[in-house]
Structure formats: C-alpha cells, structure tokens
Design a protein around this ligand. Sequence first.
Ligand code: ARG
Length: 403
Amino acid sequence: APAVAQSALITADRVLDVERGLYVQNPQIVVVDGRIVSLDGSGAPADAERIDLKGQTLVPGLIDMHVHLNGVADIGGYRGLQYTDSFWSVMGVPNAEATLKAGFTTVRNVGSANYADVALRQAIDAGRIEGPRIVAAGYAIGATGGHCDDNFLPPSYELPSNSTADGPGEMAARVKQMRKYGAEVIKICATGGVFSKGTTVGEQQLTEDEIRAAVEAAHLLGLKVAAHAHGNAGIKAAIRGGVDTVEHASFLDDEAIRLAKEYGAAFSMDIYNTEYTLAEGEKNGVLPESLAKERQVGTVQRESFRRAVKGGAKMVFGSDAAIFPHGLNARQFAVMVRFGMTPLQAIQAATINAADALGREADVGAIKVGAWGDMVAVTGDPLSDVTLLENPSAVIKGGERVR
Ligand code: ARG
C-alpha cells in the first residue's frame, strides 16, 4: 500500500449525508492525495482510478471510539501470562487489518502497553501495514490497584508501571509522559471494571481533583480525555472533572445524563460485547469474577443507554473491540437500535458525533470536501436495516479500495 493514497473517482447510486440524514443520488466523489476534492466529478485528474460501485450506497468510513487493537478476545484472564510482552504488539497487525476491512477507517485506541498503538499508527500512516487511522492513548492511566493497573501478580513480582498515578500531580505527569511518546488522546480509569482483577464496577478510583488535573494537563496540550467509568459516582466525577467522553457509562441516573449535557461530555457505551462475553468468556479463560461482574453490568448498561438516548445526551460509537474479535465491531449497530436509537442515530454516533468528540470533524466522519476519502459501501438501505453495515461490499480509505 502506498504511503500517500492516490487519486480516485468513486461513483455509486447514492451517498448518505449523515449531517442532514438524507441520501444524495449519483455521487461522483473525487479524491486527490487521500482527500475529497469534489462530490460531482469536478477536478478529477485524468489518471484517477475509477471505482464504480453501481447499485451501492455509500456511508462515511466508520469510527470506533473504543478499541484495544492489541487485545485478543480468545485469550482471557491468566492465559495471557503465557505470552511474551511483544506478542500483543504483533497481534495488533492482523487486528488493525480486520478492523479496517470491517469498515472502521478510524479508531480511538484507548489503552495499550509498550506504546504498541503508537507503533501501529506509525506503520499504518507510513503505508507499511494496513489498518485504520488510529488515535492512540498509549497507556491507560489510573490509581494503583485500579482498573488500569495490572493486578494479576503477587507483590514479589511487582514492577514499575506506566499506567499508575496517585494524586493530581502524578496524573498530570503521566499525561505529559503519554504525550511525549506519541499519545493523541488520554485514557483514564475513574472506576473499577469488569475485566480487572479485584475491583468492583461501582467503586470510584480517582477523585474529581485527580480527574481534573489529568484533564487540565491534557487540554493544555490539545488532547481530549476519555474516562472509563461504570459506577454512578465515578461517572459524575469524570463529567465534573471535565472529561470529553465517558466510556461504558453503565450506571446512569437522570442527574448524570443532565450533567453530561451541561458539560458537553459524550457517552461511549459498549453495549454489544455483553453477548460475546457471556457466550464465550468462560471458554476463553475469562476470570469467574469478571463473568459475574458482566452479569451485573450488561442489562443495566443497556437500560442506561436507552435513557441517555431519550434524554438527548451526545452519543458516540465505542465497542471495546478486543473483548470480542476485531472486525465484528459493526454488530453493535443493531444493539444500539434495539435499545432506542434510529438507524440514522446509530450511524451518526459512529460518524459525525465521533468525529466531533475526536476534534477531527474536518478530517473524518462525513463524505465532504476536505475530509479524507474514507467510505463504506453497502447494498441496500442502511437507514432501514442497520445490520447491512456488518458486511460492507467495499471499504475505501483515503481513496484507496481496501476491500
Ligand atoms: N473494559 C470494560 C471493563 O472491563 C468492559 C466492560 C464490558 N462490559 C459491558 N457490559 N460493557 O470494565
């Protein structure tokens, strides 16, 4: 694959204008050096590659705001300790390719060890391997013993960690460290979680001051902040502390939804993966403790999702791919519709809303002049059947057909 995408003239039956929620017929999309220059065929270089998608509908390249490209779904719990550290970096290569081919042309990678997500981004941007545009977090940051820490080993195995921070000063320092080594977004862990050992999903693990310190340091540097939070108190502390997105957001009450709207925070709720964990988790070695926590969270989170949608909160598409195999991300669309969204709202969550929450609305999330030429084709009407997105007939990134 070339480092800089070539020129292309892409034709199809229609293109979804995600902002207005309507189809525009017979688009002729011109992409030059990876960016869209027109939607009506004008300015097409004579040697532009023709990509004819007759009978198909174009949707903007999809955005998943919560993935872990270095994670592997069928290696759960203690089984992971059989693999050497760089194994996870290596697994990021096929995982990135599977994600791109599934139509997700941009992802936010919210936590990986060894800056493996930064490495993937470098290799992809240089055209050396195939994958989506990556907004990388580096290490996810949180309290000692918290959800972002690694609690699987006894104290005699203790090693210094790049994930832990205790107190506002250490939070700010970690943010600067992540930025120094290539992070473009900051991930923090405000509460316990399902897959961490020895934590409860309800417990708050960062104070509002610690969260605010991370947010201030990040925002000064132009980085957004994503906070993992299941429990209600942690969700509210994260919103009041100024985070840009709340991940999981399982236990939402009306006040949390109101606060999110007041502060402009978006919810990134991973409501597909429950099915996968409950069906495959035990076989994959997931800890019994985590399976129990999943049963506690799944149903509540989906009801919270329904109320957040109804309440008019900003919603973005975040799947937590790695819990389930990479490439199945689009299965979440149907669950989002089942729990209260229209198909258009679900698609907007994975396009314009996500682009906005990334601060990259000029580049991704819509098929418009100036944006990257990233798009997905389906046969049929995704506004009546959102599951069509599970099987794109074509995927184009920067004007280059990758599927
Ligand atoms: N990474 C999250 C955690 O360990 C995943 C939660 C998955 N479950 C869910 N119902 N969303 O807490």
